[in-house]
Ligand binder design. Structure first.
Ligand code: SAJ
Length: 455
């Protein structure tokens, strides 16, 4: 067998020890998927609390219940009933067995990589305060991985990043610490974007098509064998750069179309039309249309961030990604648009924003989640406070939060808060809200989500 065939065989017969760097909403589910596939798995994270929690069998990721985690992190008492060949004279036998799987554990110590056949890097790639890509976590993981890189090791980057990161940043780090190591021969490197959508049950790590781009053909083959044991479908592309671009385009597609939906609202305002009526009617087109909806702005850890990785890269090549810039301008301005709507509505009641009691419903960035990252509700809150309003909030998923040096607590009595408020702003359309009651109890209602309670 060729060296590559040897490496592939190790993954195929599961005699491999793999590592995952970064144990967040991407990394931890990936660890479980690798463990389910039969690999020995070690999770690596700089956060000792995450590491200790995992080793205690306590999950901190909603999509991974502790009961699932414990199937792989602890010795487990198993009961199996032998039914094959059982007859009336030989009833099924029940045996009690103790399987010490301990298949998955976590550590803060990167040196474990010296024993690992493969590593997936799933660290955050945020934006810096200046709005530029911050790949410091990727660089740090690359430097640590390079220390323990060894023959036949497979490295796959999953973190969302601009095209060129794998080949221009990660690869040189791996090579510079290992003189003479040749990618595609002595070690293997690929990029495979994560597509984890927290809370989604229909598409999981195991069922989601997984795009994979190798630095060489051999890298693609080996990375495909590595992941192929855990995920249903690998989508090969010609390079890591192409794979990096696939992810950014997927999420840029959403950001631009959300921007268009928000501009539809602005245009309909000018035309005196109901944007939601127009949208719902357009959505009856059975082909060639995909419904996006206006809202309070763009929240979350992906959509507001990923397109800026792409536009930043293009700027470095003297190209302006105009759709990305325009969508960002429109989406970023939506909180101010809705605050103006509040101001105009209070004005109709001969009230000013200043001194008014305003209740914001929902601070999570989208419905039925507790995540507040980049939530436009916070921008709306800040703008209203700046205009002198007294702002409270209610969110069934967020009991309290700190913002701008202030502590906020979800109002305990929603009905009373609705009745007391001069204006109620629906910012997040959590499914658990009783919208008819909210409409009935509100003196004035600004609905950024069109919860559609109208008969
Ligand atoms: N939003 C709108 N109008 C829309 C859709 C979304 O205003 O029509 C707002 C949301 O309220 C939210 C933001 O945009 O504030 C982002 O919403 P999202 O539905 O894109 O949700 P995310 O940020 O959780 O995106 C994730 C992404 N998943 C991955 O990157 C793996 C995205 O690619 C998924 O398409 C999306 O989940 C999904 O479909 O749930």
């Amino acid at each position: 067998m060729t060296p590559i065939e040897n490496v592939i065989e190790k993954f195929e017969n599961r005699s491999t020890h793999v590592a995952v760097v970064g144990l967040g909403y991407v990394g931890l589910p990936l660890c479980i998927a690798f463990a389910k596939a039969g690999y020995q798995v070690t999770g690596i994270d700089i956060d000792e609390r995450k590491v200790d929690s995992i080793n205690r069998g306590e999950s901190y990721i909603e999509d991974i219940p502790s009961s699932i985690l414990q199937q792989y992190t602890r010795q487990s008492m198993g009961i199996s009933t032998q039914t094959v060949g059982s007859t009336t004279n030989h009833p099924p036998s029940t045996t009690l067995h103790l399987s010490s799987r301990n298949q998955f554990s976590a550590t803060t110590d990167y040196s474990i990589l010296a024993e690992c056949d493969a590593v997936s890097i799933c660290v955050p790639t945020p934006l810096s305060k200046t709005g530029d890509p911050n790949i410091a976590y990727v660089v740090s993981a690359a430097e640590q991985t390079a220390k323990y890189l060894h023959n036949d090791m497979v490295v796959v980057l999953e973190s969302t990043t601009y095209p060129g990161t794998t080949t221009e940043i990660l690869l040189p780090h791996l090579e510079q610490n290992n003189q003479g190591f040749q990618v595609g021969q002595d070690f293997f490197l690929a990029f495979s974007p994560e597509r984890i959508d927290p809370g989604r049950a229909d598409w999981t790590v195991e069922t989601m098509p997984k795009v994979m781009g190798g630095v060489t053909g051999g890298c693609l083959e080996v990375a495909t064998a590595f992941y192929g044991a855990a995920v249903g479908q690998i989508i090969p592309v010609s390079s890591p750069d192409a794979a990096e671009m696939v992810k950014l385009f997927e999420n840029t597609f959403r950001a631009v179309n959300i921007g268009l939906a928000n501009e539809l609202l602005l245009m309909c305002d000018k035309l005196g039309l109901d944007a939601w009526e127009v949208l719902d009617a357009a959505a009856t087109k059975p082909f060639g249309f995909m419904k996006f909806t206006p809202g309070p702005g763009l929240g979350g850890h992906c959509i507001p961030v990923d397109p800026h990785y792409l536009s930043w890269k293009l700027r470095s090549l003297q190209y302006t990604a105009r759709f990305i810039e325009l969508a960002s301008e429109i989406n970023t301005n939506m909180p101010a648009y809705w605050v103006q709507r509040v101001q105009d509505a209070l004005n109709e009641d001969t009230k000013s924003v200043k001194g008014s009691q305003i209740l914001i419903l929902g601070v999570a960035y989208k419905k039925d989640v507790s995540d507040m990252r980049e939530s436009p509700s916070l921008d709306i809150l800040h703008l209203l406070q700046t205009k002198g309003a007294m702002v409270q909030y209610h969110d069934p998923y967020v009991p309290s939060f700190s913002y701008d040096g202030q502590e906020f607590v979800s109002v305990p009595d929603l009905i009373a808060a609705l009745e007391e408020a001069d204006c109620v702003v629906i910012a997040t359309d959590h499914s658990s809200y009783d919208w008819q009651t909210i409409v009935n109890q509100s003196n004035l209602l600004i609905d950024t989500r069109h919860v559609d309670v109208r008969g």
